[in-house]
Design a protein around this ligand. Structure first.
Ligand code: NDP
Length: 392
């Protein structure tokens, strides 16, 4: 019987709250806090269980500490934005409470994806006797666990990993992003990067692409990008010789993005406009639909998985493990589209792993460091069933 404090009432926060509410035997009390109380109220009103709500600015450490001290949760589940990761980790250190998130810290003025800032908390979390679980969404998150599962059950050595993220859904807007627009556009417009034979190789944004025939979806063009799980997987699975991350985009999305970039709307440095400093990307976010509002008319499916190659019993082996998630089904269940759903469900399962002591530790961890089996079994149970293909 445990109490969870969820911070962030956006698309993912809504799903996490719904999913925690579905598991009362673990999450006996749920508190949802965010910057805008109205958004917490809206989520609370969708759920048939008492949910306490609170307003918090999680950039403000003393304010977050005060909230944690008042609520006394067993775990803080951070689904606000990557900018808040360090301040919420500081608040957890100060109060001695475990921490979980779904995206690595990013400094607001620099689009750089790297675990160093959070891995640097290792000794402080260890000395305090508490645990931080980083990147427990789908990618990062389930994709890391797919690799750990493959390593445990199907390979003696993993050599090559291609993580492939396909959203073949349609939300009906000319341009919208499936998770926080600011974070999404920073990620997509950054340089690509992959790891090969001990080196990181950089590519121009979206310059490397190829088609892939996604099961249950069909052929889609996918683009090489940098994604944070590459960094932790290279560290935690040292036999990896090459690892890359691919994401599909529609032509319409890419055309809009190109225009926005060309006119300067994706800049993250302040521009002086009528005497005020305006950050174009933040202004653009204010114009675009909220990810949490996209669900109602979303149709189609996502397919996210890992194509893994390596050695088993002296023979080369190739294996694909993936999940397919239907936008409309997700909306029917929790009022959210599949991207929020595929992130929120693993965040709930990760919290469940921690609160039931199946995953235990002191310090800062990535998900692939724990036994993947109970997590994989919960994915089947809580809405994200996975499938495997074995190639000859
Ligand atoms: P949204 O923009 O829909 O929601 C973010 C929420 O955080 C909003 O409610 C926002 O409040 C709140 N928030 C922002 N700043 C603060 C603050 N200082 N204090 C308190 N609350 C704050 O984003 P998503 O729900 O789509 O994404 C949430 C997180 O999930 C992001 O970190 C994203 O990167 C991550 N993610 C991870 C994925 C994965 O697979 N690992 C995939 C998709 C997303 P307000 O409404 O007032 O702005």
């Amino acid at each position: 019987m445990k109490k969870v404090l969820i911070i962030g009432a956006g698309g993912v926060g809504g799903v996490v709250t719904h999913k925690c509410a579905q598991v009362p035997e673990v999450f006996s009390e749920i508190v949802l806090a965010s910057r805008t109380l109205e958004k917490c109220k809206n989520i609370r009103d969708q759920i048939d269980r008492p949910i306490e709500i609170a307003e918090v600015d999680a950039d403000n450490v003393p304010e977050t500490v005060e909230l944690i001290e008042r609520v006394e949760p067993d775990l803080v589940l951070n689904v606000a934005l990557p900018y808040q990761d360090l301040s919420i980790m500081d608040a957890c250190l100060s109060t001695g409470v475990d921490y979980l998130d779904t995206a690595n810290y990013e400094p607001p003025d620099e689009a750089r994806f790297c675990y160093k800032w959070q891995w640097d908390y290792q000794d402080r979390f260890k000395d305090r006797g508490i645990m931080a679980l980083l990147g427990c969404g789908f990618d990062p998150g389930v994709t890391n666990i797919f690799c750990a599962y493959a390593g445990k059950h199907h390979f003696d050595e993993i050599h090559i990993v291609d993580i492939m993220d396909c959203n073949a859904g349609s939300h009906g807007h000319p341009f919208a992003t499936n998770f926080n627009p600011e974070i999404n556009i920073r990620e997509v417009s950054a340089k690509g990067r992959y790891y090969e034979n001990g080196k990181w190789i950089e590519t121009d944004p979206l310059s490397v692409h190829k088609p892939f025939d996604f099961p249950e979806i069909g052929e889609k063009e996918m683009y090489l990008m940098y994604h944070e799980e590459l960094e932790s997987l290279v560290k935690n699975i040292p036999t990896i010789k090459r690892i890359r991350f691919w994401m599909t985009f529609s032509e319409a999305y890419l055309t809009h993005l190109r225009v926005l970039e060309n006119v300067g709307m994706t800049r993250i440095d302040p521009v002086i406009y009528e005497g005020c400093g305006v950050i174009p990307l933040k202004f653009l976010k204010a114009l675009l639909p909220e990810p949490s509002s996209l669900g109602a008319n979303y149709t189609g499916k996502t397919n996210i998985g890992c194509m893994i190659q390596g050695i088993k019993d002296g023979k080369r082996k190739k294996y694909y493990v993936y999940n397919v998630c239907d936008h409309a089904e997700a909306y029917k269940e929790v009022n959210a589209q599949a991207i929020s759903y595929t992130t929120g469900v693993p965040a709930m399962i990760g919290a469940k792993m921690m609160l039931t002591d199946l995953w235990k530790g002191e310090g800062v961890f990535n998900v692939e460091e724990f036994d993947p089996d109970p997590f994989m079994s919960d994915l089947n149970k809580y809405g994200l069933p996975w499938k495997e293909i074995f190639y000859d």
